[in-house]
Design a binder for this molecule. Structure first.
Ligand SMILES: Cc1cc2nc3c(=O)[nH]c(=O)nc-3n(C[C@H](O)[C@H](O)[C@H](O)COP(=O)(O)O)c2cc1C
Length: 157
């Protein structure tokens, strides 16, 4: 059975809530999903999943250092994540506050790992974004993103 790991960092709960909403979408597609705080996640766990989705608050237009630390530690498994599905999401305080550059920083690392990253022609193009606390728009986007990534994982697995 296909398995997806959602990793997040969150200080005030916004990014964590997005992780939970994405997981709901994944479950609708009958794909197994595990949500983990990045501080409880070891890089070797990435090997166990078909899909990896990483979320971070936007800190100065970039992921929180806790996320970067995990990405840097993943070098120990460079080459082994090839072909896994990747995705990213972010919460920021402001529109134009750098949430898309935060997502792109995570997706760049995934591409360097040889992972498969999917865009979205209809909704949030790079991955779900929330301005502050997730509202009904973010809820729709996040669930749809979960379904989309789960469908791709099933197709490619
Ligand atoms: C150190 C720090 C840097 C931040 N930098 C930005 C920023 O560049 N742009 C922005 O819109 N919000 C910025 N924020 C606000 C957070 O991205 C925002 O509050 C986010 O929703 C927090 O997510 P969380 O609830 O998951 O911790 C920053 C917050 C902190 C603490």
């Amino acid at each position: 059975m296909a398995k997806i790991l959602i990793i997040y960092y969150s200080e005030t709960g916004n990014t964590k809530k997005m992780a939970e909403l994405i997981a709901e979408g994944i479950k609708e597609e009958k794909v197994d999903v595990v949500i983990k705080n990045v501080e409880d996640t070891q890089a070797k766990e990435l090997l166990e999943y078909d899909g990896i989705i990483i979320g971070s608050p936007t800190y100065y237009g970039l992921p929180a250092y806790q996320i970067k630390k995990l990405l840097d530690e993943s070098v120990a498994f460079h080459g082994s994540l090839e072909g896994k599905i990747g995705g990213a999401f972010s919460s920021s305080a402001n529109i134009g506050g750098g949430n898309e550059t935060t997502i792109m920083a995570i997706l760049q690392a995934m591409l360097i790992h040889g992972m498969v990253v999917k865009g979205n022609s209809k909704g949030d193009h790079y991955g779900p974004v929330s301005i502050g606390k997730p509202d009904s728009r973010v809820e729709r986007q996040s669930k749809a993103y979960g379904r989309m990534i789960a469908q791709l994982v099933k197709k490619l697995k």
